[in-house]
Design a protein around this ligand. Structure first.
Ligand SMILES: [Zn+2]
Length: 248
């Protein structure tokens, strides 16, 4: 699991992007590790950046802290990418494994000010409501994601959730129909367009920035913390999102 309080697991500060693995002799990708902000309670919001190419993909998890399955999945993805420098040619892959670290630590959907971070973005459909924050980007966690969006301008985004009442599915906003269908071809999850939630990351990135964004609603199961089982089940779909080069 990603270490929340003591720095980024397995990610010493280094300058080089590729290094030789002394045991295997093969090349190994080395991510840049950054703290992109801090939560209300001061926990770091961490990201790993693999590669430096122009095809930028942002993959993030646990913006809803009680939907934690994406975090062990990104742990596996990070390990996978270290051994797949070929996937980084022409690409920059940004992983934010825990977008809501206080909620993740306490198994809360919202942050500790009881704001739903996925309703706190400055989308055209932002709705003024207590649980959506005092104003768009009122919360440090949504501010951190906003900064990443505007610093790196990803070409596509995947945000991993788990449904409470909705069916498990691949939802999307913006011009992401082709990407959603490509991902669906590697899993049994259906593509369902749920519609932009007010002030959500999907609404902001998809509708305001016109960036393809997938909201991946992975079913809850007993294997939610078993990163190996999760990776076997969903890893190919996530790699397909990274490799996706088609139009929408
Ligand atoms: Zn969610």
């Amino acid at each position: 699991m990603f270490a929340l309080a003591s720095g980024i697991a397995g990610c010493p500060p280094r300058d080089q992007l590729i290094e030789a693995d002394l045991q295997s002799g093969r090349e190994r990708a080395v991510p840049q590790c950054r703290v992109i902000g801090h939560s209300v309670e001061g926990r770091p919001i961490e990201c790993e950046i693999f590669g430096e190419g122009p095809d930028v993909i942002l993959i993030m998890a646990s913006i809803h802290g009680d939907e934690p399955v994406g975090t062990p999945l990104l742990d596996q993805l990070s390990a996978h990418l270290r051994h797949r420098p070929d996937l980084l040619v022409g690409r920059r892959i940004i992983l934010v494994p825990v977008a809501n670290p206080d909620g993740y630590a306490k198994y809360l959907r919202h942050n500790v000010r009881d704001v739903d971070l996925n309703r706190n973005f400055p989308a055209g459909n932002y709705l003024d409501s207590g649980r959506h924050g005092e104003s768009p980007l009122s919360e440090p966690e949504s501010q951190a994601i906003y900064r990443v969006l505007h610093e790196h301008l990803p070409k596509r985004i995947v945000s991993i959730h788990q449904p409470r009442k909705l069916p498990p599915c691949i939802d999307y906003d913006g011009p992401a129909d082709g990407l959603a269908r490509e991902m669906a071809s590697h899993t049994d999850l259906p593509v369902i367009k749920l519609g932009s939630r007010p002030g959500s990351l999907g609404a902001y990135a998809g509708d305001t920035m016109n960036t393809p964004i997938i909201t991946l609603e992975i079913p809850r199961s007993r294997e939610d913390r078993d990163s190996f089982t999760l990776w076997r089940r969903y890893g190919r779909m996530i790699i397909a999102a990274i490799e996706y080069a088609g139009g929408n």
